[in-house]
Design a protein around this ligand. Structure first.
Ligand SMILES: Cc1cc2nc3c(=O)[nH]c(=O)nc-3n(C[C@H](O)[C@H](O)[C@H](O)COP(=O)(O)O)c2cc1C
Length: 336
């Protein structure tokens, strides 16, 4: 009721400014106790990757890159929140403007390029958080780390966040870090997963706690590449897979004013492809590894479609921008 007006005002602003303004307002109202009580609805609670999720609807990576808005986001009722992508060292990301709205189709294009304040800053926020739901921390590599040394960045990140995360996501699927997606190629991926699995084992022994690892993949992969990835996930006993990140395809937005901006497209135009990727993964993995489905979920029906395709959990980002922060509770309620 209230969101269409707020959205109208926010959409007059530059997307990044609107983003920080609305999340700061959400945090402040939560801190003052103004927002709805912060209970997390228990609807379809489920154990995935060994973790007990109160409900299957989470907030996707990128919305809170530095873990600064957990208090506010927690009041929206998500079953889990994934923060990041965070890189070992802080970095500014690409020049602005770098986020573009495609309101005709409820889409966004972003080429942020892992702008973030670095893993130490993120961990300071995480340590002092007042929201204690399930927290995923999403890791990337710095833009100036050569690709053949990328695994070093992921291992550094994993070691640092391990004691503080409920699960860790390895993001090799952003289209906005040069050549990053090449890490999805079978050869490179096999050696990255082997290194990560070995580090996870070491850290598990050291901390006496097993923290699951999920791999986040792109929607722009052939069926054959998806099959290769599924085999590697099984071979290296990776704990989960998140599908999908944003797309470089413009097939569904051709002709729109900003469609040719460089970057990853998210939101409604991504949904069909994301569901297709989840369907393929579900066929390949046969329930052995859980799938977290993300891409264009902006309604209960689309949430349902993603779960029916084989996702155990779902995540939202762009849908929240277009439909408002009440979307999470609306979807959770509909699942009941
Ligand atoms: C502005 C923006 C920034 C994003 N940043 C990240 C990120 O840092 N790491 C990541 O793994 N995904 C990032 N994503 C991708 C989302 O997590 C999600 O995979 C994708 O947007 C598809 O979901 P959606 O259609 O619900 O937005 C970002 C998406 C948007 C729109």
């Amino acid at each position: 009721m209230f969101y269409p007006l707020a959205r109208h005002l926010l959409f007059q602003l530059d997307p990044e400014r609107a983003h920080h303004l609305s999340l700061s307002a959400l945090n402040q109202s939560a801190q003052c106790g103004l927002s709805r009580c912060a209970d997390t609805p228990r609807v379809l609670p489920r154990t995935v990757m060994g973790l007990s999720f109160p409900n299957p609807v989470g907030i996707a990576a990128g919305l809170d890159k530095n873990a600064e808005y957990l208090t506010g986001l927690g009041t929206l009722g998500p079953g889990f929140i994934e923060v990041g992508t965070v890189t070992p060292r802080p970095q500014p990301g690409n020049p602005k403007p770098r986020v573009f709205r495609l309101p005709e189709v409820e889409g966004l294009i972003n080429r942020l390029g892992f702008n973030n304040l670095g893993v130490s800053h993120l961990l300071e926020q995480v340590r002092s958080r007042s929201w204690h739901g399930i927290l995923g921390i999403n890791l990337g590599k710095n833009f100036d780390t050569p690709l053949d040394q990328a695994s070093g960045d992921y291992v550094t990140g994993l070691r640092q966040v391990y004691p503080h995360a409920d699960y860790v996501t390895i993001n090799i699927s952003s289209p906005n870090t040069l050549h990053l997606r090449q890490l999805q190629d079978a050869g490179a991926l096999g050696s990255l997963l082997a290194t990560l699995k070995q580090t996870q084992q070491e850290l598990s022994d050291q901390h006496g706690r097993y923290v699951p690892i999920a791999l986040k993949i792109a929607p722009d992969l052939s069926e054959e590449a998806l099959q290769d990835i599924a085999h590697l996930l099984l071979q290296y006993r990776i704990d989960g897979v998140i599908a999908t990140n944003t797309t470089i395809s413009r097939e569904r937005v051709m002709g729109l004013a900003l469609a040719q901006e460089t970057g990853g497209l998210s939101g409604a135009p991504l949904h069909a492809r994301a569901v297709q990727v989840v369907t393929t993964l579900a066929q390949q993995l046969q329930g052995a590894i859980p799938i977290i489905g993300v891409g264009g979920i902006n309604s209960p029906a689309r949430a349902q479609a993603m779960l029916q395709a084989g996702a155990s959990l779902i995540q939202l980002y762009t849908g929240i921008i277009y439909k408002g922060p009440g979307l999470i509770r609306e979807i959770v309620r509909s699942l009941a």
